[in-house]
Write a protein that binds this ligand. Structure first.
Ligand SMILES: Cc1cn([C@H]2C[C@H](O)[C@@H](COP(=O)(O)OP(=O)(O)O[C@H]3O[C@@H](C)[C@H](O)[C@@H](O)[C@H]3O)O2)c(=O)[nH]c1=O
Length: 435
C-alpha cells in the first residue's frame, strides 16, 4: 500500500475560486486545434471498444486482465489550473485504474487538495511531485495519460521516445456534450518536434454518447447509490433535515444568482453549503422556511454520498457535475465560465442531450432555470440576469418530474461502457494488442 498524502511542506489547498480561464482559447480548444492542425490526423481505427463487463462482477473481466498483464504501469500527469476539478478528475481516474489492478503514479504540480479529497492511502496509487518527473530514474510507464492538455515535461517525453516499446500516450480531454467530441475522439497527433518527436499522441474524449469515451464510473457505483440511506447518513453528520424539509447541496462559483434563486425556491429547504462561494454568497437572512448549514470540505467519497443524499444538487465544473448525474437526483449545473462565451453552447448541448424525451413542461422550465443560473438568456454568454419568474419550479409536480428525468437520464448513461473500461481497451488497441 502506498501513501497519497502530499508532502508536509506543501501549502494547503487554496479556497479562492476561479471561474474562468482567460480570454485566450481554452486548453480544450487548443488541444482540439492541435489535433486538426497536424498533418496525419486519422480517425479511430478500431471503433469504441465494445466491452461492457463490470469489473466488480465475480467473473474476471478479460479486457481488464489483458490490460493489467500487458500494460501494468500507468503514469497520469495532472496540472492544477485552478479550483479542484483537475485534481478531482485525476484522483478519480487514478483510483479507478488502481482498483482494477494497474500500478498508477500521479505526477501533480499541486496535490495539496488531496489532504481533504483523499485523506487515506489508496492501494496501487502513488502521488509524485511534477518536478520529479524530469529526473525520475524509473522508465516511463506503459501508458502515459496527459490530462487536459497539460503538456508533459520535455525530459520525460525524451525518455518516452527512448523506450524500446514507446508508451501509449493519451491526452484525456475535457468533458462536453458538443458534437465535435464524437468527431475528435480517438484522433491521433504524430509528434514531429521536441522531446517527444517520433511519438504519437492520441486524443480521448469523455462524453455522453456511444461514440465517445464515456464517463468515469467505478465498478459497483450503481449498487452503492442504491444501498445508500441518505437521511441516516446526513443525520450521522448533524446535517439532517427537519420534518417536511427538502435538502439542497450547493457547490457553486461566485457569480451564481443566489438572491433570485432563493426568491423562487418554494417550500421548506435545508441548504447544505459547501466551502467557498456558496457560503460567502448565500445571504445570511434567508426566507421563511429556508435555513442553511455551512459544511467543511469532505473527502471525495463523502462528497459523492452527500450528492446521493440531497433532493437537489447545485454543482459546477466537471467532476461534481458528473457525480451529480450518477446520484440520479435533480441537478443544476453551473458551468465553468469562459470569457469567449464558449460555455453557452456547451451548456445548451448538455441540456439538449439530457432533456431529450422529458415532458415539455420540464424541458422548458429546466432549460430556463439552467440558463438563468448561469447568467445566460438564450445560450449566448452574458452577464448574470435575474431568474425569470417562469422558473418558479421547485414546488411539487415539477420537482417530481425532475426526479424522474434524472433517473431516466442516469439509466441511459449507465448503458454506456464506463471511461476506464473504454480507456483500457483503447490503450490496448494502440499498443497493438487488442483483440
Ligand atoms: C466541495 C467538495 C468538492 N470535492 C471535490 C469534488 C470534485 O472532484 C472537485 C471539484 O471539481 P469540479 O466539480 O470539477 O469543479 P471545480 O470548479 O472545482 O473545478 C474545475 O472545473 C473544470 C471545468 C476546470 O477545468 C478546472 O480548471 C476547475 O476549475 O472537488 C470534494 O472532494 N469534497 C468537497 O467537499
Amino acid at each position: 500500500m502506498v501513501g497519497i498524502v502530499p508532502p508536509d511542506n506543501h501549502p494547503m489547498a487554496e479556497t479562492q475560486e476561479s471561474t474562468s480561464f482567460s480570454s485566450s482559447p481554452s486548453a480544450l480548444d487548443n488541444a482540439h486545434e492541435t489535433a486538426h492542425e497536424t498533418a496525419a490526423v486519422t480517425p479511430l481505427d478500431n471503433g469504441a471498444p465494445g466491452v461492457l463487463i463490470d469489473a466488480a462482477a465475480p467473473t474476471p473481466d478479460p479486457l481488464r486482465v489483458r490490460a493489467v498483464q500487458t500494460l501494468p504501469r500507468w503514469d497520469l500527469f495532472c496540472r492544477v489550473i485552478d479550483n479542484h476539478g483537475d485534481l478531482g478528475v485525476c484522483l478519480r481516474l487514478g483510483r479507478d485504474l488502481a482498483s482494477r489492478g494497474v500500478q498508477v503514479r500521479m505526477w501533480c504540480d499541486d496535490p495539496s487538495g488531496l489532504r481533504w479529497m483523499q485523506p487515506t492511502p489508496v492501494d496501487g496509487l502513488t502521488v509524485r511531485p511534477w518536478s520529479e518527473a524530469e529526473s525520475d530514474t524509473e522508465p516511463p510507464a506503459d501508458v502515459v495519460i496527459e490530462t487536459f492538455g497539460c503538456e508533459l515535461p520535455e525530459a520525460y517525453l525524451a525518455r518516452m521516445a527512448r523506450r524500446e516499446v514507446p508508451p501509449v500516450w493519451i491526452n484525456l480531454e475535457y468533458l462536453s456534450a458538443e458534437r465535435y467530441v464524437e468527431r475528435s475522439h480517438g484522433l491521433q497527433s504524430p509528434q514531429f518536434s521536441g522531446g517527444g518527436a517520433g511519438l504519437n499522441k492520441w486524443f480521448f474524449y469523455p462524453g455522453f454518447t456511444a461514440h465517445t469515451g464515456g464517463l468515469l464510473r467505478e465498478p459497483g457505483l450503481a449498487e452503492a447509490v442504491a444501498r445508500h440511506d441518505g437521511r441516516s447518513w446526513l443525520g450521522e453528520r448533524g446535517w439532517a433535515p427537519d420534518a417536511g424539509e427538502r435538502v439542497l447541496c450547493a457547490f457553486t462559483y461566485p457569480h451564481a444568482p443566489w438572491d433570485e434563486f432563493l426568491a423562487h425556491l418554494g417550500g421548506a429547504w435545508l441548504l447544505l453549503l459547501c466551502p467557498g462561494s456558496a457560503q460567502q454568497r448565500v445571504p445570511p437572512r434567508l426566507r421563511p422556511g429556508q435555513r442553511c448549514i455551512a459544511l467543511p470540505y469532505v473527502s471525495q467519497t463523502d462528497f459523492d454520498r452527500l450528492l446521493w443524499s440531497c433532493d437537489l444538487n447545485l454543482v459546477r465544473g466537471e467532476d461534481s457535475f458528473v457525480r451529480a448525474q450518477w446520484a440520479g437526483r435533480p441537478m443544476l449545473w453551473q458551468i465553468y465560465f469562459q470569457d469567449d462565451g464558449a460555455h453557452g453552447p456547451k451548456l445548451e448541448a448538455f441540456l439538449d442531450q439530457s432533456l431529450a424525451g422529458a415532458p415539455a413542461a420540464l424541458q422548458s422550465s429546466w432549460r430556463g432555470l439552467s440558463r438563468a443560473w448561469n447568467g445566460l438568456s438564450d445560450g449566448v454568454g452574458g452577464l448574470v440576469e435575474p431568474v425569470p419568474a417562469s422558473a418558479h419550479w421547485a414546488d411539487g409536480a415539477l420537482l417530481d418530474l425532475a426526479v424522474r428525468q434524472a433517473q431516466d437520464w442516469r439509466a441511459k448513461l449507465m448503458e454506456q461502457p464506463d471511461l476506464v473500461t473504454q480507456l483500457m481497451g483503447f490503450a490496448l488497441g494502440k499498443a497493438g494488442v487488442s483483440g
